[in-house]
Design a protein around this ligand. Sequence first.
Ligand code: P1T
Length: 394
Amino acid sequence: MGNIYNQYGFETKAIHVGEKPNFREGATGDVIVPIHLSTTFAREKVEEPTAGYEYTRSLNPTRKALEEKLAALENANYALAFSSGLAAESSVIIALLKAGDHIVASDDLYGGTKRLFNKVFSDFEIEASYADFVDLSSIEKSIKPNTKMIWLESPTNPLLKLSDISAISSIAKRHNLILVVDNTFLSPYFQNPLSLGADVVLHSSTKYIGGHSDVLGGSVMVSDDDLYQKLQYYQNAVGAVLSPFDSYLTIRGIKTLGLRMKKHEENALLISRFLENHPRVTKVIYPGLESHPQYKLSKKQSKGSGGIISFEIKGQLNDAKHFLESLHLFALAESLGGVESLIELPALMTHASVSKEEREEIGITDTLIRLSVGIEEAKDLISDLENALDNYLG
Ligand code: P1T
């Protein structure tokens, strides 16, 4: 998939792959791929599906166009689109693991991913244990005879810790493990884990890939034929596929992914520097700041630092709530990666399903705030934050 487009740059691929105008007889030459709503496809002969299409769960022309585009963006041979990020994660686990298998995962992950491992797959005897992936030796120490998979986010949600993907890929290869990288936070525009040695890349395309907070989706990219055959089989057999309309919305979002990521990053850098200099901000975490402990790794393995910033403010939980509730432009909402800026309190929102002890152990404090910086004018976002920071205490 996507190979003829290899000569082109990211933004050209984002617009063209999967959407070649069709001039065959009866076709209209559409410049964009149409939304094919038909759930089933008629054939003239019993054993000859028309152009390979039988039933939309198995294959749909709009979803196929999206999957071709997604593969091209991650320099992958294949991509598969699912109905949400968690549906993609579940399908990867069901397709590649079985009862008795063990996953080594990074200790800081989206709360819903930890819930999936600890509360859902644990019932099917698939066990996960957690390690701080900043320390490579802690990964080695967590590997057991039944370990089959390493799972990481880089940067992590919400502490923005980085994992050295190439180094972890060497560990995975040495122990014959599948390395899964959730690349949601940087999007394929800023980081391509397959090129760094990952086996499976996963995205919540609800976030930057869709980009407009109007479509839920998940995607999985691989280059290995065997992995693809398994994943494709389970995509159809389990059935958590992306709908044709949602495939169309995601295609539409992808066309501006490069433009949006540049602006997200430009704004995030300005905002993180503003926060670093504010007396009521006690800590700022952003991989694009020289003060980030893994700044050098960020420069080495990624083309950019993304649009997510986490920071801590002076005070207690109630002060943090007061601060969050006094912003005007930043919507107080879960999720991230849309054009509009969002703000949230992981301890009570996205990571509420992680136990308080676990949150405290890894550093998700009650005053840790996560920003998803949108593509509005940076000066407006900064003055919104400044007003709230000046007024939230007492
Ligand atoms: O929400 P869904 O499309 O199912 O994706 C789940 C998911 C997977 N991976 C990462 C890194 C994520 O951040 C998410 C979803 N995250 C949020 C909703 C959030 O606010 O962090």
